[in-house]
Design a protein around this ligand. Structure first.
Ligand SMILES: Cc1cc2nc3c(=O)[nH]c(=O)nc-3n(C[C@H](O)[C@H](O)[C@H](O)COP(=O)(O)O)c2cc1C
Length: 172
């Protein structure tokens, strides 16, 4: 297994192309590790920091975990489609399933934070939450609210400072 160190904004074209299909956001609280598929978000630059912004609805177990963990990892499959795993982790909740075991995912320790990454993926970001903000229902265009928030299950936006970015190569 070999690490290829990257700048936070290398491989963003590939990352965004995969984001449309889903990438993994992983959290850890005590000994519990959970991962969920995300399709919205991306890298950004604010307060002179590189950040990964993720949108997590209140109903997700990931939301409960992020409130405690204050850090997360993002793992992006580039060479391996991982369609089955992304769809399982995109509908099943960590409240009901140990998705890591169910999907046979390999956890590899983070280098800079306590949350692991998903070893079957290629591109990884390790992030520390530096800001979060609940979507403000009064500020959304009615048509967007109607389409995405009929049930009031709003997103909380997490800004994770990217403290490490790398590609993982070779046998895990
Ligand atoms: C392709 C895809 C993209 C998704 N993107 C998001 C997202 O950006 N934010 C979100 O809250 N849920 C998203 N979901 C839904 C969650 O992955 C799903 O509700 C998951 O079961 C939550 O797991 P958890 O309860 O263990 O956190 C997505 C699902 C799929 C299939």
């Amino acid at each position: 297994m070999e690490y290829l160190d990257l700048q936070y904004n290398e491989y963003t074209t590939e990352m965004y192309a995969q984001l449309e299909k889903g990438i993994f956001l992983t959290t850890k609280v005590d000994e519990k590790v959970n991962t969920m598929t995300i399709g919205w978000g991306g890298v950004n630059f604010i307060w002179s920091k590189n950040v990964f912004i993720a949108y997590v609805r209140y109903s997700r177990e990931t939301y409960n975990m992020l409130e405690k963990a204050e850090e997360f990892t993002i793992s992006v499959p580039l060479t391996n489609e991982m369609r089955k795993e992304l769809s399982f982790c995109g509908v099943k909740s960590g409240r009901d399933f140990d998705k890591i075991t169910e999907c046979n995912l390999t956890l590899i320790n983070g280098r800079k934070i306590g949350t692991p990454i998903i070893g079957e993926c290629d591109l990884h970001y390790e992030c520390k939450v530096i800001y979060k903000q609940a979507i403000e229902p009064g500020s959304i265009l009615d048509s967007v609210k109607e389409r995405f928030y009929k049930n009031n299950n709003y997103h909380v936006i997490y800004y994770g400072e990217i403290v490490d970015t790398y590609m993982l190569k070779g046998e895990k």
